[in-house]
Design a protein around this ligand. Sequence first.
Ligand SMILES: Cc1cc2nc3c(=O)[nH]c(=O)nc-3n(C[C@H](O)[C@H](O)[C@H](O)COP(=O)(O)O)c2cc1C
Length: 319
Amino acid sequence: MRIGTLKLKNPIFSAPMAGISDLPYRLIMKRHGAAMVFTEMISANGLFFNGKATRILLQSRQEEQPLAVQLFGDDPVRMAEAAKSVAEGADLIDLNLGCPVRKVTRSGAGSALLCAPAKVAGIISAVRKATGKPLTIKFRSGWDCDSVNFMEIARIAVEEGVDALTLHPRTRTQMFGGQAEWQQIRALKESLTVPVIGSGDLFDAGRIKTMFAQTGCDAVMVGRGGYGNPWIIGQALDLLAGRVPREPTTKDRFITAREHLELCLEIFGPRKTLGQMRKHLCWYVRGMDNATGFRAEINQARTISEMSRRLEDFFAHAA
Ligand SMILES: Cc1cc2nc3c(=O)[nH]c(=O)nc-3n(C[C@H](O)[C@H](O)[C@H](O)COP(=O)(O)O)c2cc1C
């Protein structure tokens, strides 16, 4: 499939997820077949003030390309400047119109923009003029159930020149509750000519195949389903090609968990790795015997060598 001038090797992407989709995570998803990986949302204001935390979010390696950089903000001028400043390292620029977190919406950004269609037009138009890179938006279906306006936002976005759109079909007030309303992705696909990317509740390969079938979407974005489970991508590609998907073995899990830990250490150093890898390692062992005991142990690890040793011990004794 194509998004603007960008040709992608398959239609499965790794979603932007704050606190999760950092460089090590993206490299793991890429190595497991994701056609494109997204950074977490990056603040246009943070870029303007050149904050250290913001710069860390932009760390990248050639291996992960094509890389989509997601920006958030509510000011057209600042968003355009942000797009210019990240364009060199980005293969695609994505604008966040979906974040439900109060800290973000209070400033008028994220899903709060769904309540301000004219502002959406202004932001997209400014960013479109600032960069020739493929440009997408990622949005929710509306602010709440009384203001579902994804069709209107999509029409504006296409008029202002986006190359594709990703819909996570929940309203802001739904946050992550209930079920994503995939029929809204279908409605969007039926009414647009630019590619539509579906997001929401893709927890296993079967659901990815079903989303394509039920919505006709051009691509999907794997979010929480990728936690400790990058194999979901290869499994979905197998299912889509009519092949029988393979479950990861215990050895696969160990190798990938260790690889993720090593990447994190290399990229972030020990302090951040200890904090960041606790959750990932727990996700890698989900469903295995004694996963609960492992969780307690890994949360007590105070050094990387302790963390590695506990990981190795767990897998050495795993069936
Ligand atoms: C922890 C977390 C962080 C997220 N951060 C972002 C983000 O930075 N930008 C964004 O557009 N969506 C973000 N999302 C939404 C996901 O990209 C995705 O649309 C949503 O989780 C639905 O897909 P899923 O049900 O497959 O997880 C986040 C979701 C989670 C769970």
